[in-house]
Write a protein that binds this ligand. Structure first.
Ligand SMILES: Cc1ncc(COP(=O)(O)O)c(C=O)c1O
Length: 344
C-alpha cells in the first residue's frame, strides 16, 4: 500500500518508539515532565521565542493562538485556502467567536495591499481587525514557500495597525529545508508560531506552539480549560524529540521525490496543470474530459495507492518518510494507466 494522501500518514518507526524507552517522565500539568520541558525549550529556541507549550495537534495550536489573541466579535485575516478556514471545524467561530476576513492570495500567499485593503477603519459598525494568520508552507498552495521578505512585509503592515500575527508552521521546517533560512528568521515578525511533528517529521502525535512568556501563559490557561493538559506527556514528546534529531535533514529527500513525480505528471494524458513544486506537495488539475478527482482517487485506491481529491478536478499528492522512489514509480504507472485508458 502506498499512501500519498498526506505526510500525516507516516507510521512511527521502531527506532522512534524505542527512543521513548530511554527518557524520563513526570506530570506535565505540574511542569514535572522533563522530556516535554526539553522539547518545548528546544522548539522555543528553534523559533526564536521566549517560551513554548506542547499540544496534541496543529489545529489546537492555531485555535488556542486565536482564542488568546482575540475577543468575540473581532475579525481575523487569513488566506481563503488556509487550514484555519477550511479544516478546523469552524473553531474560530465556535471557540473564539471571531469573524474571518478571507484574503484572495495567489496559491495561498497574499500581499501587503491585500492586507491593507482588508483592514477595517475604526467604526462602531464594523468588527475590529485583530489578527493576521499566514501558513508556511502553504498546504493548498501546493506546498509553496513564502519568500521571507513577503512574509515579513504582510506581518509588518498588520502590526502597524495594531494586529497580532500568527504563523501556522505545520510545514515550516519544509520551507527551511528548501531555502536554508532558519525557522526563527521566518517567524521573526510573528507573535505566535508553531511546528507540527506529525507531518514530514513522522511522529504520531504532537505540535509545539511558541511565543512570548505572557502569550504561552495565556495559551496554557486555554489548554487547561479545554482538557488539553496532559500527564506523562513525555512518552509522546519523546517521539517529537526523536523526529527533531533524525527526521529534519531528510525532508530534502521528500522534496526531491515530489519534484520527480511532478515532472512525470506533466507528461501524463489528462493532466492540464501542475502547480510549481517547491517542497513535498504536488497539486495538479485534471482535464475537462478526464474523470473527476474523486473517481480517479477511487480507481487508484483499488490498487492500494492513495492520493487526495481537493476539488472537482484537483488532485493532491504528498511525499513523506513512508514513500520511496519505487512507490512513486507505481503511482505514476497507475495514474498513466487509468488516465490513458479513459482518455483513449
Ligand atoms: C497548513 C496546516 N495547518 C494546520 C494543520 C493541522 O494540523 P493537525 O493535523 O496537527 O491538527 C494542517 C494539517 O494538515 C495543515 O496542513
Amino acid at each position: 500500500m502506498y499512501d500519498f494522501y498526506s505526510d500525516t500518514k507516516t507510521k512511527p518507526s521502531k527506532e522512534m518508539l524505542e527512543y521513548a524507552l530511554g527518557r524520563t517522565f513526570g506530570d506535565e500539568q505540574k511542569d514535572e515532565d522533563p522530556t516535554t520541558l526539553e522539547l518545548c525549550e528546544r522548539v522555543a529556541r528553534l523559533l526564536g521565542k521566549e517560551s513554548a507549550v506542547f499540544l496534541p495537534s496543529g489545529t489546537m495550536c492555531n485555535e488556542i493562538a486565536i482564542t488568546v489573541q482575540t475577543s468575540p466579535g473581532d475579525e481575523i485575516l487569513c488566506d481563503r485556502t488556509c487550514h484555519i478556514i477550511n479544516f478546523e471545524g469552524g473553531a474560530p467561530a465556535a471557540m473564539s467567536g471571531v469573524m474571518i476576513h478571507p484574503l484572495d492570495g495567489k496559491h495561498g500567499q497574499f500581499t501587503e495591499e491585500d492586507v491593507s485593503q482588508a483592514l477595517r477603519p475604526k467604526s462602531r459598525h464594523m468588527p475590529i481587525s485583530r489578527m493576521l494568520c499566514a501558513e508556511q508552507t502553504v498546504n493548498l498552495g501546493g506546498g509553496g514557500v513564502w519568500p521571507v521578505e513577503k512574509l515579513d512585509s504582510v506581518a509588518q503592515v498588520a502590526k502597524k495597525s495594531g494586529l497580532s500575527t500568527h504563523l501556522d508552521g505545520a510545514r515550516l521546517l519544509n520551507a527551511c529545508a528548501k531555502t536554508g533560512i532558519s525557522a526563527a528568521r521566518y517567524s521573526h515578525e510573528y507573535d505566535s508560531c508553531w511546528i507540527d511533528f506529525t507531518k514530514g517529521l513522522g511522529a504520531p502525535v504532537g505540535a509545539v506552539l511558541a511565543g512570548s512568556t505572557d502569550f504561552i501563559e495565556a495559551a496554557w490557561r486555554v489548554k487547561q480549560r479545554i482538557g488539553g493538559a496532559m500527564r506523562q506527556s513525555g512518552v509522546i514528546a519523546s517521539f517529537c524529540l526523536y523526529a527533531l534529531e533524525k527526521n529534519v535533514e531528510r525532508l530534502a529527500d521528500d522534496h526531491a521525490l515530489a519534484t520527480k513525480i511532478s515532472s512525470s505528471l506533466e507528461h501524463l494524458p489528462g493532466i492540464v496543470n501542475v502547480l510549481p513544486v517547491e517542497t513535498n506537495i504536488i497539486i495538479a488539475d485534471l482535464a475537462e474530459n478526464a474523470p473527476s478527482a474523486a473517481q480517479l482517487v477511487s480507481k487508484l485506491s483499488e490498487e492500494s495507492i492513495h492520493i487526495g481529491a481537493f476539488g472537482e478536478k484537483r488532485i493532491r499528492i504528498v511525499t513523506h518518510l513512508d514513500v520511496n522512489p519505487k512507490a512513486a514509480e507505481c503511482l505514476i504507472e497507475a495514474l498513466s494507466n487509468h488516465l490513458g485508458s479513459i482518455l483513449s
